[in-house]
Design a protein around this ligand. Structure first.
Ligand code: SAH
Length: 219
């Protein structure tokens, strides 16, 4: 795919920016990440549509607008540490790394995690890929300035807030009714009685956050 830069630029200018994402750093990062490499061969021609796509194992690569919007809600800067729950294809992690963040990403399906790790390495993105249940976070690299959950959650795991810096944010699609989620931004603020401040954003659709780890060859 020789013209991918042109297609990525079009995706940003015709779909992502018009839906309200303004941060030039995010828009530039989306233009620079080759999304077609994160998508299976047979889906490649749709790589630069503003649409989620199947990546195998019943999972999806998120819609590019949603990747950009969630990144914007994280409000991070280069050098910040960020934890992603749900590596999937590795695309969201690549966008964060392209912006200069230090990314740790957790995936429960080992097969997807290994594939993403391999690709991110080939593209020279500095991302730590871990096979694990994202509900436990990853204390080894904590504290994080941001936690981004890219699967639909039934509830906010305690570990995410525990492993967050003061003033840091969790961005998570939280269930509102079966199959429908709403983005929640939870900012850690220990001066408040609850310890955080919640703000609600877009409604969205996501694959569900599931418990446990699925090993290669395992059940
Ligand atoms: N960020 C991804 C989108 C992935 S879809 C991308 O850019 O492509 C959501 C992913 O979350 C799936 O791969 C799914 O296996 C994973 N997931 C679901 N529950 C999880 C959990 N408890 N811990 C870690 N990953 C989980």
């Amino acid at each position: 795919m020789n013209n991918w830069r042109e297609l990525a630029t079009k995706l940003v200018e015709e779909h992502i920016a018009p839906q309200g994402v303004r941060d030039p750093q995010i828009l530039e990062a989306v233009k620079r990440v080759p999304r077609h490499l994160f998508v299976p061969e047979e889906m490649r021609r749709y790589s630069y549509y503003d649409s989620p796509l199947a990546i195998g194992e019943g999972q999806t690569i998120s819609q590019p607008y949603m990747v950009a919007r969630m990144t914007e809600l994280l409000a991070l800067k280069a050098g910040d540490k960020v934890l992603e729950i749900g590596t999937g294809s590795g695309y969201q992690a690549a966008v964060l790394a392209e912006m200069g963040m230090k990314v740790t990403t957790l995936e429960r399906i080992e097969k997807l995690a290994l594939k993403a790790k391999d690709l991110l390495q080939k593209l020279d993105y500095d991302v730590t890929c871990i096979v694990g249940d994202g509900r436990e976070g990853y204390p080894e690299n904590a504290p994080y300035r941001g936690v981004i959950v890219t699967a639909g959650a039934q509830e906010i795991a305690e570990a995410w807030l525990d492993q967050l810096d003061e003033g840091g944010r969790i961005v998570v699609p939280l269930i509102v009714q079966e199959g429908l989620y709403r983005l929640l931004v939870r900012q850690k603020d220990s001066s408040l009685k609850k310890g955080y401040l919640d703000t609600w954003d877009d409604y969205c659709r996501f694959v569900p956050l599931l418990p446990g780890v699925k090993k290669l060859g395992g059940a």
